[in-house]
Design a binder for this molecule. Structure first.
Ligand code: ADP
Ligand code: MG
Length: 730
């Protein structure tokens, strides 16, 4: 008789679960969309005219709000929040540890005479000093200036979670250095606005502002709570470190766009309702390629808001999952052998005159503008592929990039056949001097770019960056990442390229070249210069690695080395010139990311050794003892010779188990030794590299022997939910 283990208990829990049906507040989403947001409507109702205007001009033009008006805004916000039952407020920010942070304070303030008032003024709205010593600062915040402070970001509206008014803020050190994701993102949005607006003015003098737009697609896995608790690796590291691949994986691809399992569907409906109340415009939901993997995507928004919404949604998804006895896994690669999760970042630029600058249009003039932005983006990716690679680097994402199911670590751009042909054509036909006739012909050709090119462009799923008809899709971003990291870099490199575009075209104009021709020639230059980054083939293929090397495109497969890009001369100059990150801030980020890498691998390594020693080995011993007992019994009953013969299989198993146990144990000990050696290193980069090169490889080797044991040991005894159960039980 075996005693039921956590796995057996979990299995019976899961099989007994029913979907939890949750009613939406109304069948019409418009009835509750944004009810928990201090949005336009709420502002109109709760703010004085002056206060409303001040907030609007802060949002639209980045103007400062003076203290008197801030008091009025705070008062209106508090009234609104209180009318919805809020008792507390918090500054909500995105520190560099990857999650969002909040510190709740009550509106309530005792007066000291037994009475109390509800207080929330402009000062409390605009600035707060959270006790920030536990957030990573990469050495920026040294002890005597230990405090960082949070400052209100009026560009992202306040919202309510439970009874708390949450105010989106930036998080900076006392001396003004960015300690979060939002600060550099906002700076990059401004840099891109300036550079893009200047280029737009060649075509339309009415353009005052260009905004970056972002539509993310969030992939995730669901796991039942009981399974989660029975898997220390998933609990502590977010991914399964052990587990033999199931007989059937995702080969049949029948999960993709198949019907969504009922429990998962109830969960989705529930979190979407909460998201919609928070004004997050979630719209599509579907299954992903792997079993129990799903995706959720909103309508795109202005980038700062879209980033906040993604962080907020991940938080909501985690909270709601608990109500459904589930956990949501945002890890980029929870299970070996099936697809990992990404977060495609769909990126574009829109003018305040309502034009999507990456959408081909009807007239030659508009399409020259399209080409200017299109080609500048490609050139920016070409010039700074290393920074884009660094922006998506993480211990988690390393398992995914280049793993034959996700974009490779080589940064290239896919644009589809039509546009490839067009660029090749333009390269030939734009000349230093053109006859009026050839110029007219060229413009006619440019005028004919089809407005809808989805069919041409969305086929290739193997490219890290693809043009998908009216936007670029950065597909290499990891599912658990804050989009801001990748978007800050993309904005900055494109801003820098657009600035260079303007300088180059202006220089030609100054030499007497006509404006149109100057622009076309600048476009041509960029087409030629950035050709190497365009790749239309299979990004998963081995041939591409060789071809990319020939083209001089880097292929950096691990995070510690990918992060070297942050300390390069190019990075320092670029971020300084675009006023997005100072050298000090860049260095701090580099340190933090290296440290975070080390921590993640360290945790995985510890959990792995624990599981090998405390779960797998005892189970193997237990089963081996049973076999030994059986062999003894057979000898007793049949006599030594016949018993020996009858026990052949058991003896083989006994030896096999010993062999793998021995390996499992020696490898675990060796891994711990490697960790000890790495731990004494003081340089963050050296340490991360030591973890990457000398600790991490043990994880797969140990997994191998554990998986072998899983196949040898009685299924009833095995304590860890198996892969087939994690993936297929629902
Ligand atoms: P799919 O990629 O699933 O075929 P779409 O191409 O329509 O679907 O959209 C995918 C994502 O791209 C959505 O999140 C959508 O909001 C976003 N998106 C669409 N247009 C833009 C744009 N102009 N800027 C940024 N994101 C966009
Ligand atoms: Mg897409």
């Amino acid at each position: 008789m075996s005693t039921p283990n956590l796995r057996t208990k979990a299995l019976s829990d899961v099989l007994g679960r029913q979907p939890k049906h949750v009613e939406a507040p109304s069948s019409r989403i418009s009835d509750y969309y944004g009810i928990n947001v201090f949005n336009e409507g709420a502002m109109r109702m709760f703010l004085t005219e002056d206060a409303y205007r001040a907030v609007r001009s802060a949002i639209d033009r980045g103007e400062r709000i003076d203290r008197r008006l801030a008091d009025q805004v705070a008062s209106g916000m508090k009234e609104w929040a209180a009318s919805k039952g809020a008792t507390h407020y918090t500054h909500w920010f995105q520190p560099l540890n990857g999650s969002s942070a909040e510190k709740h304070d009550a509106f309530f303030e005792p007066l000291g005479d037994g009475r109390s008032i509800e207080r929330f003024d402009g000062g409390m709205l605009v600035q707060q000093e959270p006790d920030a010593s536990s957030f990573p600062s990469g050495g920026i915040r040294n002890t005597f200036e230990a405090r960082g402070y949070t400052a209100w970001d009026p560009g992202s509206p306040a919202f309510l979670i439970h009874q708390t008014l949450c105010i989106p803020t930036i998080f900076v050190s006392y001396t003004g250095e960015a300690l979060d994701y939002k600060t550099p993102l906002l700076r990059s949005i401004r840099a891109l606005d300036e550079a893009a607006t200047a280029v737009c003015r060649y075509f339309d003098k009415n353009v005052q502002k260009v905004i970056s737009t972002l539509g993310w697609e969030q992939e995730y896995f669901l796991i039942d709570e009981s399974f989660y608790y029975a898997r220390p690796d998933i609990m502590m590291a977010g991914r399964a470190l052990f587990g033999h691949g199931p007989a059937r994986g995702q080969q049949l691809e029948d999960h993709y766009f198949g019907s969504i399992p009922e429990r998962s569907q109830a969960y989705m409906r529930d979190f979407e309702t909460e998201a919609l109340k928070l004004g997050i415009p979630v719209k599509t939901r579907h299954n992903e390629v792997a079993p129990n993997q799903f995706e959720c995507a909103p309508v795109y928004e202005e980038m700062n808001l879209a980033v906040d919404h993604n962080m907020l949604l991940m938080d909501v998804m985690e909270k709601v999952a608990r109500k459904h006895d589930m956990r949501v896994l945002f890890h980029e690669k929870p299970y070996a052998g099936v697809n990992g999760s990404g977060k495609h970042n769909n990126w574009s630029l829109a003018t305040d005159t309502g034009v999507n600058l990456l959408r081909p249009a009807k007239t030659p003039k508009e399409n020259i503008q399209f080409l200017a932005f299109f080609v500048s983006t490609i050139a920016a990716v070409h010039a700074h592929g290393d920074l884009l690679r660094a922006s998506i680097a993480s211990a988690n994402n390393d398992h995914r990039l280049g793993a034959n199911e996700a974009p490779p670590a080589i940064i290239s751009v896919f644009i589809g056949k039509y546009l490839t042909d067009l660029l090749n054509e333009l390269e030939k036909s734009i000349k230093a001097s053109m006859s009026p006739a050839s110029k007219t012909e060229l413009k006619l050709d440019i005028g004919r770019i089809p407005q809808v090119m989805l069919d041409n462009t969305d086929r290739n799923r193997t490219s890290p960056i693809a043009f998908t008809g009216n936007k670029f899709e950065f597909r290499a971003v990891g599912s658990s990442a804050n989009c801001a990291a990748a978007m800050t870099v993309l904005n900055t490199v494109v801003a820098s390229q657009l600035k260079a575009f303007k300088v180059a075209a202006d220089a030609l104009i100054a030499k007497g070249v006509k404006k149109d021709e100057a622009i076309l020639r600048t476009i041509r230059d960029l087409i030629v210069r950035s050709k190497a980054v365009r790749f239309e083939g299979n990004g998963y293929g081995e041939e591409w690695k060789a071809e990319a090397a020939k083209r001089g495109l880097p292929n950096i497969v691990d995070t510690p080395r990918a992060l070297d890009a942050w300390s390069g001369k190019g990075a320092k100059e670029l971020f300084r010139n675009m006023e997005v990150l100072t050298e000090k801030e860049l260095k701090a980020r580099h340190e933090i990311e290296l440290h975070s890498y080390t921590l993640k691998v360290q945790i995985e390594s510890r959990v792995c050794a624990d599981m090998a020693t405390n779960h797998v080995l005892p189970t193997a011993v237990h089963y081996q003892n049973r076999l030994i007992q059986n062999v003894r019994g057979l000898r007793d009953v049949l006599g030594p010779e016949a018993g020996e013969k009858a026990a052949r299989t058991q003896l083989e198993l006994i030896l096999g188990i010993s062999e793998h146990m021995e390996k499992l144990r020696t490898l675990s000990v060796a891994m711990t030794e490697a960790r000890k050696k790495a731990n004494v290193l003081t340089d963050a980069r050296e340490k991360a590299i030591a973890y990457c090169d000398t600790v991490k490889p043990f994880l797969d080797r140990i997994r191998y022997h554990s998986n072998k044991l899983e196949l040898l040991v009685d299924d009833e005894l095995w304590p860890l939910p198996k892969m087939r159960e994690l993936l297929f039980t629902r």
